[in-house]
Design a protein around this ligand. Sequence first.
Ligand SMILES: Nc1ncnc2c1ncn2[C@@H]1O[C@H](COP(=O)(O)OP(=O)(O)O)[C@@H](O)[C@H]1O
Ligand SMILES: [Mg+2]
Length: 255
Amino acid sequence: MPGKLGLHLFYSKDPHIRAYLPSTTVLNRDSFYSLMRRYQSVYIKPNMSHMGKGIMKAWSTEKEYRFVKVKGDVKSFRNLKSTYNAIQKQTSKDLYIVQRAIHLAKIQTRPFDIRVMMIRNSQNEWQYTGMLAKVAGSSSVITNVNRGGGYAIPIENALDTSLRLTHEQQHRTIKDLIDLSHRICHRFNRYKYSSQIGIDFGIDQHHKIWIIEVNFDYPSHDLFNKLKDKTMYRKIKSIRNTYLKALQAGKIRRK
Ligand SMILES: Nc1ncnc2c1ncn2[C@@H]1O[C@H](COP(=O)(O)OP(=O)(O)O)[C@@H](O)[C@H]1O
Ligand SMILES: [Mg+2]
């Protein structure tokens, strides 16, 4: 099973990692009703797409149900049935997944998530090279910087402004994210070979960490170039170059 669902199932088999995964399943009427009743808010995503394309969010309020695609208009419905009927019109062609929405920590009114960049070094070992916060664009349900119209800021700023974490709590969170990222990469080796992995993590309003997505084909370094401080960007590029050189010289292999 390829795509987002396949990777979710793969990671669910690791009990440690599973604790960080939001419930996810194939979208159909039953699964939509069930996740909405349980969590009041869900994300719906095309199984195979990337970069925020086609992402939808549905949630219930006291009076009605609401639905948004990427950063379009909010549509309202009277019941779950009419909400699902509207979603079905948009999702009938491909396989979609439905996932519990995480109440992401916010900066003012905008949610953010965290990108952790892991790349292989000249010894072919996974190395942590940097992380940042991606803040959603105005009234967007996604934090993808390009499609969502958002922006990138240093992780410490985000943790401080949104959750008022102390320096010590920030260090703890950053360390937890790095440890978890190593675990994710280590496990990924069994899925396939990749030389760079960008992991999207969410932090909810109770400070709990969630895994939103593991990007492994071409996770963007350019995101790090959007920070004023270029230290991480330079580090990523330099380690990447030593990896490519070692590969070219036959010192390591893609295996
Ligand atoms: N379960 C979720 N809870 C909260 N936000 C989510 C959830 N799933 C996705 N998002 C938001 O939508 C963005 C895009 O989702 P993602 O799964 O990364 O798909 P894509 O492959 O299109 O980037 C995320 O970066 C995040 O901002
Ligand atoms: Mg993503």
